[in-house]
Design a protein around this ligand. Structure first.
Ligand code: TRP
Length: 451
């Protein structure tokens, strides 16, 4: 047991900002558009919306609840809430692994964003020509030295911030700049939607072709829902452990979910009309954002300035998400192994840097090293988003629904009866006991072709 007083968020608003800071990140700006383009557009978006509402939100609510109930890291929480069944702490260890895997490629992509700040300033990417834009991106990611150095810059900066501690580090960084990013996305949307040929992009995004919804598409959308809300691996649990006792968990998480969705949708509406207007390939994958966004800025006044600002703000948005990912292993290492916070941060960063080498070299030196037909970057992404997070989600639901039990859930989610939200609690309980875990299991087994 740990009796040291724990660091925590200092205000209800701070909690909302930090949680939002974890959810909003490269997932909205980079991953959501890339996957939507790769998986056929509107059909994928529809499934993703359903997955977010029926699976993502309930899991987010109960995961956050567990952390606040135990006030501990992702491993110890399960030990404390159910001392007689030690096996549940596997959820926390899976989260530990997932955090490292996600960070190994996420920090690489953040590195590309940092590099693009300078490319934007130099005018190198001020083009609407898919060939030139593709070449600029290719040059960066196929350069092993540049990829690694940018990744290490990201790891150095974020590792430094995490050493400062929860309240100071996380709140201070994420509080101010988010609204500006939102504004810039709005401007981008306005420009993109008024390009000639924009309607084709809107149709791609909003008029579904149901024949494109395969088991793989379903699993990818589900994986994205987990990834977007930072759930299934203990991030929300760890953040929940810093929540205040008077925080309304269902309301806070629902707000974060809605805000997060709106950022993704804005990114989608900024990108897809331009994709069709300029003749980019919607299924370009990880390079999509890095080619299309500069093209939209290039076609408006003050483009260079706004483009630079956009990549700076995206880099800032990625920091909030990265801090929340790092916090999972850091909290486990400090609270379970008694290492200091600084030391824990250093160990975590070193583990990620090691895993990050194959991920970052996936487009250059190690492009031909494949496992299950995937390079390291794709493999780490697949294993984390499409396997570990959904699996963690199932286990969290089963733990809460069948072990933790309704009386405790009612007490926790109503803040000891102070909130009048009995209906919400009933709905959450109903979902996470059977519906949500079953839905995840079916999609997971189907998507992995195990049944
Ligand atoms: N949600 C973040 C994004 O979309 C990424 C992220 C942060 C994350 N913490 C996480 C993903 C935990 C999965 C699990 O950019």
């Amino acid at each position: 047991m740990n009796h040291k007083p724990r660091d925590g968020f200092t205000s209800t608003f701070g909690v909302l900002v930090a949680t939002l800071g974890s959810a909003v990140g490269l997932g909205n700006i980079w991953k959501f558009p890339a996957l939507t383009g790769l998986n056929g557009g509107a059909g994928f978006l529809l499934v993703y919306l359903l997955a977010t509402l029926l699976v993502g939100l309930p899991v987010m609510i109960v995961e956050t609840m567990l952390g606040r109930a135990a006030r501990a890291n992702a491993v110890s929480t399960f030990e404390q809430l159910e001392p007689r069944q030690g096996g549940w702490k596997i959820i926390g260890w899976m989260g530990f692994v997932a955090a490292l895997l996600i960070m190994s490629f996420y920090s690489g992509v953040a590195g590309w964003v940092y590099a693009y700040i300078f490319k934007a300033m130099s005018g190198e990417i001020a083009t609407t020509d898919p060939k030139i834009a593709g070449a600029a991106f290719g040059q960066l990611v196929s350069n092993p030295v540049a990829s690694l150095i940018w990744q290490w810059v990201v790891l150095g900066i974020t590792g430094g911030i995490i050493m400062l501690g929860v309240a100071k580090g996380i709140e201070a960084v994420t509080r101010r700049l988010m609204p500006l990013l939102f504004l810039l996305l709005l401007i981008l949307c306005a420009r993109s939607l008024t390009l000639p040929g924009a309607s084709e992009g809107l149709a791609f995004l909003f008029s579904p072709d149901f024949s494109k919804i395969t088991p793989t598409v379903l699993l990818t959308a589900l994986g994205l829902a987990f990834f977007k809300l930072s759930i299934g691996m203990g991030t929300m649990l760890t953040y929940g452990s810093y929540f205040r006792p008077d925080q309304n968990i269902p309301a806070t998480t629902a707000r974060v979910m809605l805000a997060d969705l709106s950022v993704s949708l804005l990114a989608g509406m900024a990108i897809f009309p331009a994709v069709f207007a300029f003749g980019f390939a919607p299924a370009a994958g990880p390079s999509l954002v890095f080619m299309t966004i500069p093209a939209v800025f290039t076609s408006m006044p003050g483009g260079t300035l706004f483009m630079t600002l956009f990549f700076i703000l995206t880099a800032v948005a990625s920091v909030g998400a990265i801090l929340s990912l790092l916090e999972v292993p850091v909290a486990i290492l400090t609270e379970r192994f008694g290492v200091g916070r600084k030391q824990a941060a250093v160990y975590t960063i070193l583990m990620i840097a090691a895993l990050g080498i194959p991920a970052s070299l996936s487009n250059s030196t190690m492009a031909d090293v494949k496992v299950f037909g995937m390079n390291a970057f794709d493999l780490f992404d697949f294993l984390s988003s499409n396997v570990l997070l959904p699996l963690g989600g199932i286990l969290i639901c089963l733990f809460v629904g069948w072990v933790y039990g309704l009386p405790q859930i009612e007490k926790q989610l109503s803040n000891d009866g102070k909130l009048a939200n009995a209906g919400v609690i009933k709905a959450v309980f109903f979902l996470i006991r059977v519906v949500t875990p079953l839905a995840i299991a079916v999609v997971l087994l189907h998507g992995l072709k195990l049944f």
